[in-house]
Write a new protein. Structure first.
Length: 228
């Protein structure tokens, strides 16, 4: 995996140059992308999102947004009644970062709580919630929403493909056969039930989505007005 991650990082640097040129904004998104690569690969390999990355990243996102605000206009739209002196870029940037962090974290936390209420088991870790809080500070509300939408879509499609492949490949077949002999059901239904319990790391897909939104979309000029 090591050379693959190194190659990915190099491609991200190239994409940043193509999308943003040599600007202060380029440095912001390079810093963000490096954090996301670390979180994405760690979640994929260890099924964990370390606080040692997300919390410093959260602070860095606030600082970056104060000087390089997310250009989504949501903060100005919501707080247009503030006094004129409050309509400074750094204040609006901080408001945008806080709105993005609040939306990203609370949306995922609410989805996880709803899933647990329906299924009676955890389907989402708090690491994902903290990761999206960090993402929100860099990206603002609108791009954070797009990241969640794209990440969950990717996770659903790829997750269904992985479960289908596990079932078709005979994963845990012997376990299903033993359970069937104990009268717990048919082999096929048990195999599908076991395969459907396979857990994929949501943080990995959210990270991939964040990289696509930040690094790929700006290369396509007609996308940029709708995203960043």
């Amino acid at each position: 995996m090591y050379p693959s991650v190194e190659l990915l990082t190099g491609l991200i640097f190239v994409a940043s140059y193509l999308g943003y040129g040599v600007t202060q904004e380029t440095f912001k998104w390079l810093f963000f992308s490096c954090l996301i690569i670390v979180l994405t690969i760690t979640d994929l390999r260890a099924r964990m999102i370390p606080d040692a990355v997300t919390w410093p990243g959260f602070g860095a996102g606030l600082v970056f947004s104060a000087f390089l605000p997310p250009d989504d206009g949501v903060a100005l739209l919501l707080f247009w009644k503030l006094p004129h002196w409050a309509h400074r870029d750094f204040l609006l940037g901080l408001l945008s970062a806080c709105l993005g962090a609040a939306f990203g974290s609370l949306f995922l936390w609410g989805a996880g709580a709803f899933y647990k209420f329906l299924r009676g088991r955890d389907g989402l870790g708090l690491g994902d919630v903290k990761m999206m809080a960090m993402v929100g500070t860099f990206m603002g509300l609108r791009a954070t929403f797009l990241t969640i939408l794209l990440g969950t879509f990717l996770g659903s499609v790829i997750g269904l493909g992985v479960i289908t492949a596990l079932y078709a490949g005979g994963w845990k077949r012997r376990l299903a056969e033993r359970a069937s002999r104990m009268g717990l059901g048919g082999v096929s239904s048990l195999r599908w039930a076991i395969a459907s319990q396979y857990q994929l790391p949501l943080g990995t897909f959210l990270g991939i989505a964040a990289l696509l939104v930040v690094q790929v979309a700006p290369i396509i000029p007609r996308w940029r007005p709708f995203i960043l």
